[in-house]
Design a binder for this molecule. Structure first.
Ligand code: TYD
Ligand code: MG
Length: 454
């Protein structure tokens, strides 16, 4: 007999409390508690094993090779650590409108050798068909569409069709009969995920689960799922721009260093295999205020353009605004320029953009950021075949960055003639093999001299 009880859950992190709280003691979120009904029989622990395992000596354990399914999407294969692992469950998270449904439908459609099942709780079958046509449809003879929100029905249909790959769009819209709470609540999400997990493991079918993240946290965030699933992929990017980054946040079968880069086109997401070539614009004429940084994100190295505009502040208080770069870091760099290189920037507005709407946290782009600021201030353009890679410290010193060899070879490969790095990189033995002119600099003041002299 199942007993009904009520509890309050934080919709942000899943913290459970017997009474309502204004502030969540676990994640600090305000006003995030919602009352939910929980039936005693199911506390979310569906996957508990019936037979208790015995301890085994680690040397006696044989490693079973995971069976991997190669998808037609190479960026995705790489992100997953070399294809989709049979029986694994992956969460694709991201803000609404970023392209989660597009990408997963695209993957489901373009597997000629696999029987795929795309379950949508958000769109009707004809809406999905329209989208599929927009995506070029091609080779979709084996893709089944199921508009359904009741999990028990979904699992029943899945057992009937016996697909090789399942997409659930999205976890917030599906619900199980076992619980009274509404779809999207913490207990529903947990229970559904656990049931899907059991289905994936028992049938050895890989499952993609889509999860929305909203800024106001009104729907239970996929955060509570992160420890249940095998793989977490997170969409990043500004929906006003065409580029999307898919980042691997957790992967039980591969590295989390990988990122996938996609471009949103009129017919779906296109894989970007050569990010440097699309993120760096070759202008016909030299422009002041722009410079190129050799950056690394995860395991991927690419070049990216930084653009700055420095102008006299119209009203006493100068503005500092950035896209894709931490504004506090910009303020720090401006302070360093003021103190260590004698630039009077306190009365200037400074705007900084990273091309393509991509967010960069790699400190190695400091050097390029400062170069574009200097270039804009003096209205002197930086030659288009120069490139920068170095971190700037508070005393104005240029600090070495990791994996400098990878960065320099990327710049060389793209035809750059000169790269500026920290003087502490001089000792790296592999650097002698490069044909590109490597300039070693120690202080920010040396950089200003180089740029000012054109
Ligand atoms: P969608 O995948 O529905 O986002 P999510 O599932 O993450 O909420 O798609 C988001 C946006 O992509 C939508 O605003 C329209 C746009 N889009 C394209 O630009 N090209 C396309 O081919 C498709 C299918 C969508
Ligand atoms: Mg969607």
């Amino acid at each position: 007999m199942s007993k009904i009880r009520k509890a309050y859950f934080c919709q942000q992190c899943g913290y459970e409390s017997a009474k309502w709280l204004g502030k969540c003691p676990a994640c600090g979120e305000w006003n995030s508690f919602v009352e939910e009904t929980v039936s005693k029989s199911s506390s979310g622990r569906v996957t508990e094993s019936r037979t208790s395992p015995k301890p085994v000596l680690i040397n006696d354990i044989s490693i079973e090779e995971h069976k991997r399914i190669m998808l037609s999407n190479n960026e995705m294969n790489r992100l997953l650590g070399g294809g989709l692992v049979a029986g694994s469950i992956a969460l694709i998270g991201g803000e609404p409108g970023i392209g989660k449904s597009t990408l997963s439908l695209q993957i489901a459609l373009k597997q000629p050798n696999l029987r795929t099942l795309y379950v949508s709780g958000e769109e009707s079958a004809s809406q999905i068909k329209l989208r599929a046509e927009r995506l070029g449809g091609g080779n979709s003879g084996n893709c089944y569409i199921l508009p359904e929100t009741l999990l028990e029905n979904i699992l029943l249909q899945a057992k009937e069709i016996n697909p090789d790959f399942v997409v659930i769009d999205s976890i917030q819209t599906i619900y199980t009969e076992k619980l009274d709470s509404s779809p999207g609540s913490v207990s529903q999400i947990r229970e559904c995920a656990a049931l899907l997990m059991r289905y994936a493991k028992e049938s050895n079918t890989p499952v993609f689960v889509i999860g929305h993240i909203t800024k106001d946290g009104s729907i239970a965030g996929p955060k509570i799922l992160e420890h249940i699933v095998d793989v977490v992929l997170q969409f990043e990017g500004d929906s006003n721009y065409i580029y999307r980054l898919l980042r691997s946040m957790k992967n039980r079968f591969g590295s989390t260093d990988e990122i996938g880069i996609f471009e949103m086109t009129g017919n779906g997401l296109r894989e970007v295999t050569n990010p440097s070539e699309v993120l760096v614009t070759r202008h016909d004429e030299s422009l002041s205020g722009s410079s190129v940084a050799a950056t690394i994100d995860g395991a991927r190295s690419f070049l990216i353009e930084t653009q700055a505009l420095v102008s006299t502040a119209a009203y006493g208080t100068p503005q500092r605004s950035t896209t894709g770069f931490d504004v506090r870091r910009l303020n720090m760099l401006l302070a360093v320029l003021e103190k260590r290189a004698g630039f009077r920037l306190a009365v200037k507005d400074v705007f900084l953009n990273i091309a393509g709407g991509i967010k960069v946290i790699d400190p190695a782009i400091d050097l390029a950021v400062v170069s574009s600021i200097l270039s804009s201030t003096a209205d002197i353009s930086i030659p288009q075949d120069w490139c920068f890679s170095g971190e700037i410290g508070l005393s104005g010193e240029i600090r070495p960055v990791n994996r400098i060899v990878t960065r320099i070879s990327e710049a060389e490969k793209l035809g750059f003639k000169k790269i500026f790095v920290s003087k502490y990189n001089r000792k790296t033995p592999e650097l002698s093999k490069f044909k590109i002119d490597i300039q070693y600099i120690g202080k920010v003041a040396e950089l200003t001299k180089t740029i000012m002299s054109g």
